[in-house]
Design a protein around this ligand. Sequence first.
Ligand SMILES: Cc1cc2nc3c(=O)[nH]c(=O)nc-3n(C[C@H](O)[C@H](O)[C@H](O)COP(=O)(O)OP(=O)(O)OC[C@H]3O[C@@H](n4cnc5c(N)ncnc54)[C@H](O)[C@@H]3O)c2cc1C
Length: 391
Amino acid sequence: MTDVVVIGCGVSGAATAWELARSGLSVTIVDRYGPAAMASGWTLAGVRQSGRDPAEIPLAIAAVKLWENLAEALDAPTGYTQDGNLRIGMGAGDLPALKDIAETGAACGLPISFLDGASAVRDVAPAIAPVVAGATFCATDGHADPDATVNAYVAAARRAGATTLFGEPVIAVETAAGKITAVRTASHRIATGAVVLASGVMGDDLLAPFGADVPLDVKYVTVIRTKPVASTLKQVISVADVRNAEAACAGRQQLDGAFRFTSGIEPWSGAMHERNGRPIIAPPIRALAETIESFGTVVPAALDAEIDAYWCGLIDQTPDSLPVLDRVEGARGLFVARGFSGHGFCLGPITGKIMAALVKEEQSPVDISAFSSSRFAKAGASAFEPVTLHG
Ligand SMILES: Cc1cc2nc3c(=O)[nH]c(=O)nc-3n(C[C@H](O)[C@H](O)[C@H](O)COP(=O)(O)OP(=O)(O)OC[C@H]3O[C@@H](n4cnc5c(N)ncnc54)[C@H](O)[C@@H]3O)c2cc1C
């Protein structure tokens, strides 16, 4: 018998497991692959408060406060650095939306400003080519190393007593009289009174019996990583695609000097295969070419670096681009943290605290009323505003 089973060992599940284990509960983390095998490994790993829905900004602010001391708390490096985020507009038509983002962020307490013109942007980030029209700049945003962070959480959770079961999916969540009793994998039945489902794009099959599936539109993003080169870009950048209310491309230079950059989001065919026990989605050459073209136009130094790796990552997009952080009404002891819509890496540390508070029937450290699981069923998925410029 374990007090809590956490399904999914991305940043959300690993952070939740650590918070629960260090508060004295027995915890088992189950992942069909292993730590950071899906979005939390595929990610760009920007740690960004700016450019979010106002409902989500307090979560991101609370998360950044935790990021600032996370490596110490976990006693392991996270690769976190706080050098700011630039959301770039390429043309004059993009600038009103960027000014709105700066105003909304400032009203929520962020140190965010609007930079008018290429030279203002290049004063902050000389690596940006003089082809841009302006940008927002939020100084307390940053980035981190996603694999190091998730592994640091898992190691700290283990030191606090958590156990792990990797390489097997949970295939059923069992209940009796409306209460969680166990989870089953192909070879294990783990008796438990509580389950946190932090399973990213997967897991609808586990929630559907309780009427709690989250309406997700799963899309893909192409990611390219180069070999390390001299450090020229400290900020995370994204290029606003105002027409589609998304980011056209985004990128950063890792602390080791490697550029890591992404495309915008595209519809996903569903094709995925496994290699060495990890899920793989290969990008079409067209997407690679477009990603290189978009990012290289803005950060030309990236074009001289050698390609080291490329992959696709999946985005768990909800109708309002906000996550579900909630208990499940139909099954006492079942909790869900999914649907981060491409923004959940930054939120990991606060997601862990929120989910641990829900399991322990304590007050959430941040208002989570906007993230209920029932909001889509009540309003109908189509009732939500189209996605705003989150990127
Ligand atoms: C290309 C890309 C760029 C991104 N950029 C950013 C960014 O700059 N900043 C940001 O904040 N966010 C970003 N995101 C989003 C962010 O990475 C995710 O929101 C976050 O990592 C989600 O973490 P998670 O733990 O909820 O899910 P995941 O990391 O997807 O973890 C879910 C885990 O559940 C496991 N699982 C699923 N089903 C089962 C089952 N039945 N049994 C057992 N295990 C199961 C999977 O194997 C997986 O390991 C990006 C995402 C992508 C793909």
